[in-house]
Design a protein around this ligand. Structure first.
Ligand code: AKG
Ligand code: FE2
Length: 331
């Protein structure tokens, strides 16, 4: 608990947060990338094609006019910031080292096991179905449960709509991602991330280079810090007012038989300002079988259960192995 960044207010970078030289972001300023597609959900012209193009090329796109009310976005951003501003004793109630908890506050990624720590705290909780999980969410700030509850429902609806468009664009049978029996989208969780100001952003990261292991991720950000890796170059994702940053996860890369890209990304820290983001992850249930859609040609990956994938993802990440490599088939 005493390791939470949001209660420490560090004026220097402790040794255990300094990355090895080859993973440090350094001092080079990375400009905003103006080629990451900004898609307007109200403009149906070539929308499906554009989503597929963006997801193939970058694995990332931004979404505007998505139908989630601006007021709700502002309310949840505020409540997220208020949560991290609460006194330590309020946060202590939710702090836990046990990753199986439905709702928990923790710092970095796996503080006890990792060699270097990351400059972030996260409140992570399951969301779907809402009534099963909401009772475990923070009681403070008072608006947290209702605000995040409405937000998670809206973001889930939007994510499933995007998956329908992706389904159409890939030429899969309608409802491929909604088929209740194969549980591809059964799980949703939110991560509320807080990256406090860091005295030397050149030495640290808020999150290291990683790909998301789920199906589809929607991120709400008000401030810069997110960078995407493309062709060996880091590209900075510009915060656009009230937009969502959408990215393809590993499970969707596999289902699309490698057509859509689960791009690696990272978070850099800021010297002066704290950054708070809200990420919604749509994911399969643990028992769900993940495999390339049959209509997408000879499979490039073998089938596996999502539970096995999460276990191997964690091992591979610690050993710095690309997590999809072991599932590739030799053609
Ligand atoms: O906070 C961000 O900008 C990105 C968070 C992220 O990549 C994640 O939670 O997987
Ligand atoms: Fe991520």
């Amino acid at each position: 608990m005493e390791k939470l960044m949001s209660i420490r207010d560090l004026k220097f970078v402790p040794e255990s947060y300094i990355l090895p030289p080859d993973s440090r972001p350094g001092d080079t300023k990375i400009p905003f990338c103006n080629t990451i597609h900004v898609l307007d959900l109200k403009d149906p012209t070539n929308l499906v094609q554009q989503i597929i193009e963006a997801s193939t090329e970058f694995g990332f796109f931004q979404l505007i006019n998505h139908g989630v009310e601006e007021k709700l976005l502002q309310d949840v951003s505020n409540v997220a910031k208020e949560f991290f501003g609460l006194p330590a004793e309020d946060k202590a109630i939710l702090f836990s080292d046990d990753p199986s908890k439905s709702c928990r506050l923790y710092t970095s990624i796996d503080y006890m096991k990792e060699e270097v720590h990351y400059w972030r705290d996260t409140l992570r909780h399951s969301c779907h179905p809402l009534e099963e999980h909401k009772q475990f969410w923070p009681e403070k700030p008072a608006q947290y449960r209702d605000g995040m509850g409405s937000y998670s429902v809206e973001v889930r609806k939007l994510s499933l709509y995007l998956l329908d468009l992706i389904c159409e664009g890939l030429g899969l049978e309608p409802g491929y991602f909604r088929n209740e029996t194969d549980q591809l989208t059964e799980v949703q969780f939110l991560a509320v991330n807080h990256y406090p100001p860091c005295p030397d952003p050149s030495l640290t990261l808020g999150l290291p280079k990683h790909g998301d292991f789920n199906l589809l991720t929607l991120l709400l950000q008000e401030m810069d810090g997110l960078q995407v890796l493309k062709d060996g170059q880091w590209l900075a994702v510009e915060p656009l007012p009230n937009a969502f940053v959408v990215n393809v996860g590993h499970a969707l890369q596999i289902i699309s038989n490698g057509k859509l890209r689960s791009a690696e990304h990272r978070v850099v820290t800021n010297r002066k300002l704290a950054r708070t983001t809200i990420t919604s992850f749509i994911a399969p249930s643990y028992s769900c079988q993940i495999e390339p859609a049959r209509v997408l040609g000879p499979p490039l990956y073998r089938a596996f259960t999502y539970r096995d994938f999460i276990a191997s993802y964690i091992t591979d990440t610690y050993q710095r192995n690309p997590p999809l490599e072991r599932y590739k088939l030799q053609l």
